[in-house]
Design a protein around this ligand. Sequence first.
Ligand code: PMP
Length: 456
Amino acid sequence: MATKEFPLVPESVAPVKTKYRTICTQIPVPESISLLEKLRDLESRSMGGQPPVIWDRGEDFTIYDPYGNKWLDFSSGVLVTSSGHGRPEIVKAIQEMAGRGMYHAYCFATEIRVKLIEKLTSMLPAPLKRVFLLTTGSEATECCIKLARTRGLQIGGKKKSILVTFENGFHGRTMGAQLAGGSPALKSWLGGEDSRFVQVPFPDGFRQENIDFEVFESSLSEKGINSDDVCGVMSETYQGCNATLMPKQYAQALRKWCDEHKAVLIFDEVQAGFGRTGKPFGFMHYGIVPDLVACGKGLSGGMPASAVLGTDELMDMYGPGEMTSTHSANPICAAAALANLEVIERESLVENAAKLDPVLADGCRRITEASKGKVGHWAAIGLVGALQFIKRGTSEPDPESAWEMVRQAVQKGVMLFAPVGVGGCAIKINPPLTITEDALLDGLSVLEEIAGSLPV
Ligand code: PMP
């Protein structure tokens, strides 16, 4: 999906000066235009699409530009800065590690790596007690795919190589991750189907009304797939494009099905992990434990770090040096991640996400009502919400209105990211987990006001 760019033409906007938001210049800021133009000229076009604001400094759930403006951040920089921007504890951990002269160690042992993996394994239930640290979310999901395929090969031979994933799912932008993704438009570049990657409907009760597990089985048989040829099933715990969990019963039936067919159950927790949904991990809503979990984003609070956690059996399949990544367990990233996880625990941020769940849900409901049909569907869980924009009176997606909402929100001091590629026309609301009820309500009321004024 081609995404629109925000025009680099300064617009006079009403000044804003509240506890959490300050807008005191034209937007975009005239002095920022030459910088923004350089980015457009020198980078791949794919880096564009976001609101024309220079991020200069972050403080908890606010973002500052260099020109005196301040935004209430509803993006967490794409669901990463769960413990807030500029956390002193994370800054200190980074500084200390760099100050020691230790900013790279490859797979050579470091003490910080021990501390981080101990922390991680203490957060997950048995049998998810073995860790492989990586750098990006896509690397983590790719690794899960590799482990599932390898195990399939070991126990069932070449034919046990089918990975089942879900329609509208997202697992990253590298090749395996895109094959596993469920948006056909994102994989057209692959130039054809791979019969070993199969998608079934995600039981969201919205795009897919029948949420019974029987749909999973019937979809496989409609596609002529022998269940015993499935090596693994991978799903986001909540679908990122619409902030919806699968029904608990469905997840439990899926666990049972994977056991019966010796398929590896993988949850992609890259978005959901570390408290976003009001539980430490999204799968904890289901009362089951997967065989592999892919983590990223909120793991480190901002530095590039990701992880796969899995069972002994799966994590022992590859021997020393057979599964590596140059920057895995980077000492600075590991130190930042440990500091971030400690903040999340010490400040009960998972509990804060659970506490604010009804506040966000109510806000999404109010925005939907105010939009008089422009928001066709909303969903929220913990501190992530999604508003799907449609053309009034139809079920057709309306990217223009979603984009307009972002544009106006940024002009009023609420930072949202533009809907890009994934999931079409949903706007996501996902502030740092440190946000207070007062600040959340403030930002939601801005969005409600905009929703009420969207052009027909
Ligand atoms: N899985 C999910 C559920 C994601 O949301 C993302 C990123 N949006 C990824 C995987 C890929 O992570 P990364 O961009 O760090 O490669």
